[in-house]
Ligand binder design. Structure first.
Ligand code: HEM
Length: 552
């Protein structure tokens, strides 16, 4: 009697475990380990009382439990009972997230997701419980003000190096990872103040100082090969340091002497994987991985500490976040300061540097666009008589804005990972008649695929054609499908500052230098080296700059 009992009990326990996982989606280590270890041991113990062979009972119980669990999960995921069964997608994506995690590890998720949309249409099942949607009419119900809050991806990106409740404390109040709509709205208020028109006006002198330093640094490296991509990163990082912490970074002056830039870049890899499989996040602090993320956390911690001790030298982001003039900043919860510091660095520097590098790459490979933009800048800001730094004038240069938009369209720096899911506890969210997103399902909106959809941008959606933004009737342009800064309540908080930064750097470089790609650079390398690690990571862009003043 012992064997049939053990078989039935172990299989029953595996089914119960599957139902529990499905309903509660536990991510904490004790519950996960408990569910995977305890039930088969209990089953084996009770069956052993009859069979008298504990070792054998354990072996059978564990094998049956894990086989049953696997069978139950896989069968359910491909069965018609699954709420996403009617949506098309590759079988391998329907049964597990591991495949997509592997694709993400290679940095080519953006291209893979686009290939799925090309094959299966605007709604694709990209995971057992995840859809990718590029149907423009559905965007407001997903991302808009009556849409959904952020999805479980953010649980998988909360790597702080801390364990259990300490990890929760470190993540609390971090705007970008906030999945509760009310908490998010609360956290967002300070960021909105920090990036309103008056605040941005206050950042202009800081930006100007950094742009001048950037131009001087490039000027002193004329006629030699310069990695423009690296210099743009250094510029953006130094500038975000000023904005976030009131200074402290001098990459343009000293290079990456402390290895911080390198740490920041490599620290982005692990969350790219864990965001796909958030249940594994609790295990990370116990594994010998995530070294870079911990180093980045320490770096942000040190910078935040310095900033809090020194007080603000100008109205920086922390001035607004801490409400410096009214509150004693030292009493502000420090984990919150640190998590927002990391957010400011990651959200504000890599994104802008990538867009700038992409835009230069497009111009350098499209000489007619380069010349046309340079002419527009020369006419508005003649070299030697007017610096291209007036924000209002820059905002009104049609071709400059068209070039930046086209670059953002083709290579949005957050190419795939804009994810939303029904509010936890809400049960479901109706996003269209007959389209109910049940809790447990998440939706990604991948701008890289959306922006290249011929229904919204044609002809030649994969080509760099800035003219499509200049109200030329021969182009179809659907502005609602252009979301490089996302949309709705969790859209980019720094959009206006980013646009100012992009315009000013582009105009200053083109006014002051002739730029060309270094000899021997293979232009196919640029896109090949772009990696979708949540924010797009880039390779090097070797160029040679020559002063235009010297040429005249
Ligand atoms: C060209 C440069 C930039 C692009 C394309 C960009 C794009 C984005 C996108 C797409 C999101 C939303 C993700 C989502 O919907 O899930 C976002 C969020 C955010 N961005 Fe940017 N960003 C840029 C620069 C900046 C800058 C300079 C800052 C300044 C610190 C910044 C701060 C933020 C913050 C704080 C959020 C989170 C907003 C929230 O959760 O409410 N970004 N960004």
């Amino acid at each position: 009697m012992s064997s049939p009992n053990l078989t039935a009990l172990a299989l029953f326990a595996s089914l119960a475990c599957h139902l529990f996982f499905k309903k509660y989606e536990p991510t904490d280590v004790p519950r996960l380990v408990g569910l995977l270890i305890v039930p088969p041991a209990v089953v084996a113990y009770f069956c052993e009382l009859e069979s008298g062979n504990l070792a054998m009972s354990l072996l059978r119980s564990y094998s049956l439990y894990y086989s049953g669990l696997l069978f139950s999960i896989l069968t359910y995921r491909i069965s018609p009972l699954h709420p996403l069964s009617k949506y098309p997608g590759p079988l391998i994506c329907k049964i597990s997230k591991l495949w997509i995690t592997r694709v993400a590890s290679q940095g080519k998720l953006h291209q893979y997701v686009k290939s799925l949309h090309d094959r299966y249409g605007p709604i694709v099942r990209v995971g057992p419980n995840e859809l990718s949607i590029i149907e423009v009419s559905l965007l407001p119900a997903i991302l808009g003000s009556n849409g959904m809050p952020k999805g479980p991806l953010w649980d998988g990106r909360k790597i702080s190096g801390k364990k259990g409740s300490q990890a929760k404390e470190a993540a609390r109040g971090n705007l970008i990872g906030s999945r509760d709509p009310e908490d998010h709205a609360e956290a967002r208020k300070a960021w909105n103040r920090a990036f309103n028109a008056a605040a941005i006006k206050g950042y202009e002198p800081i930006l100007l100082r950094r742009v001048t330093q950037f131009i001087e640094a490039l000027g002193s490296r004329q006629d030699a090969t310069v990695d423009l991509s690296r210099w743009l990163s250094f510029f953006a990082f130094d500038f975000m340091g000023d904005i976030a912490f009131g200074g402290g970074f001098e990459l343009m002056r000293d290079g990456d002497k402390d290895g911080m830039w390198h740490i920041m870049e490599s620290g982005l890899f692990l969350p790219t994987l864990t965001q796909q499989i958030p249940w594994c996040i609790g295990f990370i602090p116990y594994l010998p991985v995530g070294k870079e993320m911990k180093a980045l956390g320490k770096f942000a911690f040190d910078q935040s500490k310095r900033r809090v001790q020194e007080g603000s030298v100008h109205d920086d982001l922390f001035y607004y976040l801490l409400d410096d003039k009214r509150a004693d900043s030292a009493t502000y919860p420090f984990p919150l300061v640190v998590s927002n510091a990391v957010l400011a660095i990651v959200a504000g520097s890599d994104t802008s540097a990538t867009v700038l590098s992409n835009t230069f790459f497009f111009l350098l490979t499209h000489p007619a666009s380069y010349k046309r933009l340079q002419l527009e800048i020369d006419q508005a800001f003649p070299l030697g008589s007017k610096e291209p730094t007036d924000p209002a004038l820059l905002a009104n240069l049609p071709y400059l804005n068209a070039v930046i938009k086209e670059s953002l369209r083709l290579l949005p720096p957050l190419p795939t990972s804009m994810q939303r899911a029904p509010t936890p506890g809400s049960g479901s969210k109706v996003i269209a008649p007959n389209f109910v997103v049940s809790e447990g399902t998440s939706i990604i909106v991948p701008p890289y695929s959306l922006h290249r959809d011929p229904r919204y941008f044609s002809p030649s959606p994969d080509e760099f054609i800035p003219d499509r933004w200049l109200a030329d009737e021969k182009f179809t342009v659907n502005g609602d499908a252009f979301i490089p800064f996302s949309m709705g309540p969790a859209n980019c908080a720094g959009k206006n500052l980013a646009m100012l930064e992009l315009r000013m750097i582009m105009a200053c470089v083109l006014q002051r230098f002739e730029v060309r790609l270094a000899d021997g650079y293979d232009v196919r390398r640029w896109e090949a080296e772009l990696k979708d690690y949540f924010v797009m990571q880039k390779g090097s862009l070797p160029v040679v700059l020559t002063s235009r003043a010297a040429q005249k």
